[in-house]
Design a protein around this ligand. Structure first.
Ligand code: ADP
Ligand code: MG
Length: 349
């Protein structure tokens, strides 16, 4: 007797549909933090504060001083396929915001206790809070004063999806992932002031500053002094392709590929084509089995890169991959050519 096969077709209730979609983007607390920080950046925030408890499993709160959400839009903010960032397919092709799918808040709020408080006005007594309730996830909006900007509070992630909750690791591991997500965002926007707090303690407090010295201070504070001491600054532009950032010298290679940051138009990506170009460029200067460190920024025309490849947007597709690959390889190869490890350091043990 196959109940599933003989059952009538019906439309899933919104909460269940969102919970299924959440499977793709809300892997763990770090993924929630990433989505909330990206929303704050998209809202043009100058200050972003992240507060977490128990590795994010108990609480993830992101507060920003961005544009805020108008009262009339509050009810839509938590519903699926609702976004202020694109309207047409043309917009999608040239999209420059980090978000555009209109799914994150709906997904997250279907698997946690989420409340969003926001104020789009300069009056600090104004503001509203929205939650999505029941199987229908009906928006419930109440007045709640908030300074201009937005706070999103996510409590008890996966409390209603035990299968997912089982995959949560220790508090330490989850926080390590969350901190890594924070690093990536903080390395993508130097003009924003960032703080990260965990269980009431400040873990990172990063003042804003776009000058080269301020950028190096931030990198040192996030990745360690040795990173910046053993890195070389690179800047190169060919046509519409621009590469800048810090490439680690072979003297500071690592046993693991754990300090490799590559941003395309401000979005951190793990891309095979990029990884290959970098590996090739380091091939002659790095010992086998060692991994380079780098913080690199590639800026291209948004029209020549497709960011809608995967729901988490960790992958991108370049229209002309060959050109991008060759540009990266030649830029890095030139920069590294005179840094053979045998010329500057003892081989690593
Ligand atoms: P997306 O970012 O893909 O548009 P989200 O579900 O992450 O989808 O957010 C839905 C909408 O809610 C956004 O398009 C934006 O209009 C609004 N929003 C979310 N977070 C913020 C924020 N921190 N500040 C201002 N608006 C926000
Ligand atoms: Mg978003």
């Amino acid at each position: 007797d196959n109940a599933a096969a003989s059952a009538k077709i019906h439309v899933l209730d919104p909460r269940l549909a969102n919970q299924i979609a959440a499977g793709e983007v809300v892997e763990r607390p770090a993924a929630v933090a990433k989505e909330l920080m990206e929303n704050a950046i998209d809202a043009a925030a100058r200050r972003i504060e992240v507060e977490t408890e128990q590795g994010g499993a108990r609480l993830i709160k992101v507060r920003d001083d961005g544009t805020g959400i108008a009262e009339s839009d509050m009810a839509l903010a938590l519903s699926r396929h609702a976004t202020s960032k694109i309207e047409t397919l043309d917009d999608l092709e040239g999209v420059s915001s980090l978000g555009f799918r209109g799914e994150a808040l709906a997904s997250i709020s279907s698997v946690s206790r989420l409340s969003l408080t926001s104020n789009a006005l300069d009056d600090p007594r104004a503001g509203f809070r929205v939650t999505a309730e029941g199987r229908g996830m009906e928006a419930h909006v109440t007045p709640a004063p908030h300074p201009r900007g937005t706070s999103v509070e996510v409590r008890d992630l996966f409390f209603n999806t035990p299968a997912r909750r089982k995959f949560l690791r220790t508090e330490k591991t989850e926080f390590a992932h969350l901190e890594e997500a924070f690093r990536r965002q903080a390395l993508s926007r130097y003009d924003v002031a960032w703080t990260l707090r965990h269980n009431g303690k400040t873990v990172h407090r990063l003042p804003p500053g776009d000058s080269p010295a301020a950028r190096e201070r931030r990198i040192a504070s996030l990745l360690g002094k040795t990173f910046i001491e053993h890195a070389r600054y690179i800047e190169r532009q060919v046509g519409a392709l621009r590469l800048s950032g810090w490439v680690g010298l072979p003297t500071h290679s690592r046993a693991q590929a754990d300090q490799q940051y590559f941003f395309v138009n401000g979005r951190v990506v793990r891309d095979r084509l990029v990884a290959h170009a970098v590996r090739q460029a380091y091939r002659d200067v790095l010992y086998n089995g060692r991994h380079p460190v780098f913080v690199l920024y590639l800026d291209v025309d948004p029209e020549v890169v497709d960011v809608n490849v995967h729901p988490t947007k960790h992958e991108v597709r370049f229209r002309d991959g060959r050109t991008v690959h060759d540009f990266l390889f030649s830029s890095l190869h030139r920069c590294l050519a005179d840094t053979r490890p045998d010329a500057v350091a003892e081989p690593p043990a």
